[in-house]
Design a protein around this ligand. Structure first.
Ligand code: HEC
Length: 160
């Protein structure tokens, strides 16, 4: 009889503290990991904000009647030089090598690309390079094909 009571007691009440201990440990682990998750989220948010800030200027470049990029607001529509277009739409990535973009002036980075011929580079400028950060027209929606070609000329001439 006493054995039975003892058994009952063991079966009922022994597991509880063990479970409680396990829960506490799990909770502790979660509490300790929370800041790490928070930091990770914070970083991606910051990175996204930075990327958005970088992309913004050239999605809004050169609206007619408003000051254009570097300032020459007389150069509306077709009168933009390759350098103007580069400064407004391409420099964001190609000046510092953002997202793996070949830096303008980096002859080594450009040598193989120049070897493909200007037509191939114009195509890349106009249509983008699939699967890379090089989006069509570098994101410059109001750049004409000719303006993109001029910008490519400017970039290549500066990188030979
Ligand atoms: C958002 C960033 C970004 C912007 C803005 C950008 N590029 Fe690029 N560009 C890249 C990247 C990344 C590559 C490398 C792609 C690859 O891996 O071949 C590249 C490559 C190129 C190449 C070489 C492509 C080839 O076939 O080798 C040309 C030409 C080029 N860009 C022209 C331009 C022009 C012109 C503009 C502005 C109108 C521009 N890019 C704006 C990111 C950018």
């Amino acid at each position: 009889m006493l054995d039975l009571v003892f058994d009952l007691f063991r079966n009922r009440y022994t597991p509880a503290p063990i479970q409680g201990d396990f829960t506490m440990r799990l909770l502790l682990i979660l509490i300790l990991m929370a800041p790490i998750a928070a930091v990770a989220l914070d970083l991606t948010d910051k990175q996204r904000a930075e990327i958005e800030a970088r992309i913004k200027p050239f999605s809004e470049v050169c609206v007619q009647g408003q000051p254009c990029g570097g300032g020459s607001d007389s150069a509306v529509s077709s009168a933009r030089s390759g350098e103007d277009v580069y400064n407004a739409a391409c420099m964001a990535c190609h000046a510092a090598g953002i997202a793996g973009a070949p830096m303008v002036g980096d002859q080594v980075a450009w040598a193989d690309r120049i070897g493909k011929g200007m037509d191939a580079l114009y195509q890349s400028g106009i249509n983008g390079v699939a699967g890379t950060g090089m989006i069509a027209r570098g994101g410059c929606a109001d750049c004409s094909d000719d303006e993109i070609r001029l910008a490519v000329d400017f970039m290549v001439d500066s990188s030979r």
